[in-house]
Design a protein around this ligand. Structure first.
Ligand code: BGC
Length: 749
């Protein structure tokens, strides 16, 4: 064949191929063409859908998934809990796990631990890693993260949230969402809003003034929407203004959608929808969990009977409601689909990868908080055949099973005892164990069993006697206790009965402290606990629920492989009555006569957490922002780039931080602002900036933190706007809310 002939033949063939390809391309409808803008695709899909198909995408078709539009090739939408790992697959229509063998995950530390890192980059790593696990498991929406403010230490779900401060939670939630959604998996930020305790969660009507709502309870959600770009949000179970939050006109329509411009979908909490007309009119887009037994209980409980299913269709057919709201809801759900299930180029994700274990350990290492370290008992030097006694059920107990919807089925979980033993053995120490107390030996959640046999029939006296006898011969005693994920502790759908440690642990700790001078308490919890023995033990470590790498992270800190740098994201009060909600009797609400509703007034207003302790001068056990290190840091004098600012100017503060000790470590520099001349009651001070810096021994660095007018403002409810009053403000810098090192005054003109 001549070259020319070959050339002509290939040219003709390639022309034919490209004609065929463009013909094929022309057949791709715009809604499936990912090169087109999302809004165009949404409108195109909407225009092709029948009324029934539109209704079909607004409610669940199983426990965790909703229908797509099969006729148009629009796939189902799959959700998953969230927020610490990917929940095991459940049966189509039951909460029980499906019994798959390929759905084990990595458990990341609970969100309280993430918040305690005070490091937005840890949040990004968290979101990215969990998003990869979700993607691998074929999930489109992760039900998390949670940002309900820590109002009372009794809330059984505090461990799933990011602490008591709206600024900290806002800064930490944004990179989580960005990291997660970078995988094409939507965040479903929960539980919007005012779901600050679990007891009576379906029938508590929260009464809160607007100023408190905007200053304390909404900022993290707003940041999630506006800065994080969250694609979905989960509405809460309880009521506000006498309307359930899953169809609450003010919260969903007025604030979320109108004021904040949220363009994603509002997802109901599972079983949080109660009324078709309200759901239509008041901003709910996607209904889940209304009945739990769709298939087995037949038509009356089936998904077609959901509030946003046939009952909605009937109202439209009868002409009682129009289709404007319907199209808005469908657009939002389609937008969510285009961003997730229908997005191109998402990659495949990964499950249980080495890098996910590494991320879990890194975040755990960075979030553990060293609360007390008298005489530098920590880090423990294990060298030279030291004898270490570990005491306590939580040293053994798997904490990834239990706690409610965040319960997981993990591929592996390193217990504190295993982690401590492995690290000690490496250093040549000898480790022994004593049970100390028996807590809750059960280990099952929705069919996932830990397989641990923790039963022990000995009496508390016998257990204490054994622990103390062994403690007398040990160089160090590490007591690992705290709460667990059982009902009534750190667990969904229940609150704690009190601030104290359960199962007689106080007695064990007190006895150990008498038997051995070197007792270190490792408290595993997502909540503050009372510590009546605080001054009789030398070390206290707040270790959270750390997930798969729990034992390794705890050992990293105890033996000094990692220098602790976590800071408390909430206050530890001495007694329950020191917390503002409890001081004012504003928990758990007052039952209305002849009604299931409890009215719960947030009487403390903006004085939540440290805002209360500081303003009312109530000394905490451990303050918000507190956390020690194995090195020491010196903060220099706080400086500002100007001392007079006008309303539209920023001010940049700077302070030099020096690592004055002899190990490397990280310090969190915290900037608080006080309004010294104000016409309304303002908290004594409020966190408005922070920065975590890592320094080698002897190293110094200047940290700069910029604030603008918003950091000086309060929310004026009458004017419905943020107001910064001219006058003097005080900036304070420190490494804990109760350890301010330098202050300066500046003036807003
Ligand atoms: C919880 C949600 C969770 C949902 C699905 C509800 O009980 O409140 O946080 O995402 O169940 O499991």
């Amino acid at each position: 064949m001549s070259d020319m002939k070959y050339f002509l033949m290939t040219a003709v063939a390639s022309m034919a191929l490209s004609a065929a390809m463009s013909a094929q391309k022309a057949e791709v409808p715009p809604y499936l063409d990912s090169s087109l803008p999302i809004e165009q695709r949404v409108e195109d899909a909407l225009s092709r859908m029948t009324l029934r198909e539109k209704i079909g995408v607004l409610h669940a078709q199983s426990k965790f998934c909703s229908r797509g539009v099969p006729r148009l090739g629009i796939p189902e939408l799959w959700t998953t809990d969230g927020p610490h790992g990917i929940r095991p697959e459940v049966l189509w229509d039951e909460w029980d796990q499906a019994g798959w063998t390929n759905d084990s995950c990595v458990a990341f530390p609970a969100l309280t631990c993430l918040a305690a890192t005070w490091d937005p980059e840890m949040s990004r790593l968290y979101g990215r890693s969990i998003g990869e696990e979700a993607l691998y498991r074929g999930k489109d929406i992760l039900l998390g993260p949670g940002v309900n403010i820590y109002r009372t230490p009794l809330n059984g779900r505090n461990f799933e949230y990011m602490g008591e401060d709206p600024y900290l939670a806002s800064r930490m939630v944004v990179p989580y969402i960005q990291g997660l959604q970078g995988n094409g998996v939507a965040a479903c930020v929960k539980h919007y809003a005012l779901n600050n305790n679990e007891v009576n969660r379906h029938n508590t009507n929260v009464i809160v003034d607007d100023r408190t709502l905007y200053e304390i309870y909404l900022p993290a959600f707003k940041a999630a929407v506006q800065d994080g770009g969250a694609w979905s949000i989960m509405a809460a179970y309880n009521l506000y203004g006498d309307e359930h939050l899953c169809h609450n006109r003010r919260m969903l329509n007025d604030i979320l959608k109108k004021e904040w411009g949220f363009d994603g979908a509002v997802v109901s909490d599972w079983g949080g929808t109660h009324d078709t007309r309200q759901a239509i009119a008041n901003g709910l887009d996607l209904e889940f969990g209304s009945w739990t037994n769709g298939l087995s209980n037949g038509k009356s409980n089936a998904y077609d009977s959901y509030y946003l299913a046939d009952p909605y269709l009937d109202l439209i057919k009868k002409g009682e409601v129009g289709t404007d709201e319907l199209d808005d809801k469908v657009r939002r759900v389609l937008r969510l689909m285009m961003r997730t299930s229908m997005a191109d180029g998402k990659g495949h994700g990964a499950l249980c990868s080495d890098s996910h274990y590494e991320a879990a350990r890194t975040i755990g290492d960075a979030g553990i908080v060293l609360l007390r370290n008298k005489g530098n008992v920590l880090p423990i030097s294990a060298a030279g055949g030291k004898r270490i006694l570990v005491v306590g059920e939580n040293a053994l107990k798997m904490m990834t099973v239990g706690g409610g919807s965040s319960s997981l089925k993990v591929q592996r979980e390193m217990s504190p005892f295993e982690g401590i033993s492995a690290a000690a053995a490496e250093a040549g120490a000898i480790v022994d164990f004593a049970r100390g107390y028996v807590g809750d030996v059960s280990g099952e959640y929705n069919g996932v069993v830990t397989g641990q046999d923790l039963s022990d029939s000995r009496s508390p006296e016998e257990l204490i006697a054994e622990a103390c006898a062994k403690a007398k011969d040990a160089d160090y005693v590490i007591f690992v206790g705290g709460l667990n994920k059982s009902y009534g502790q750190d667990c969904e759908d229940s609150d704690r009965a009190g601030l104290g440690l359960p199962y007689g642990q106080d007695d064990v700790i007190k006895a150990l402290a008498k038997a051995n001078p070197n007792v270190v308490v490792v408290n595993i919890s997502g909540n503050a606990v009372a510590m009546p023995w605080v001054n009789s033990v030398r070390g206290i470590v707040q270790a959270w629920f750390l997930g798969s790498e729990a034992g390794n992270s705890i050992a990293d800190v105890i033996f000094g492989k990692v220098n602790p740098s976590g800071k408390l994201p909430f206050t530890f009060p001495v007694a329950l009555g020191d917390n503002s909600a409890h001081a004012l009797g504003a928990y758990p609400g007052v039952k209305r006569p002849d009604s299931p509703v409890f009215d719960l007034e947030y009487k403390e207003g903006v004085l939540v957490g440290y805002r209360w302790h500081d303003t009312k001068k109530v000394k905490p056990l451990f303050a918000f922002g507190h956390g020690l290190s194995y090195t020491s840091f010196k903060l220099g004098k706080l400086k500002a780039d100007r001392n007079n600012i006008s309303a539209d100017e920023n001010v940049t503060f700077s302070v030099e931080v020096t690592n004055t000790g002899d190990v490397a470590g990280a310090e969190v520099v915290q900037l608080y602002i006080s309004d010294a001349e104000c016409s309304v009651l303002r908290p004594a001070k409020e966190l408005k900036a922070f920065s975590k810096v890592y320094l080698e021994p002897g190293e110094s660095r200047v940290v700069s933190m910029k604030i603008d007018r918003s950091a000086l403002s309060y929310f004026d409810a009458a004017r419905h706007e943020w107001v910064a009053e001219p006058g003097v403000f005080v900036a304070s810098v420190g490494n804990a809310s109760d350890n301010i090192q330098s202050t300066l005054k500046f003036k807003l003109e």
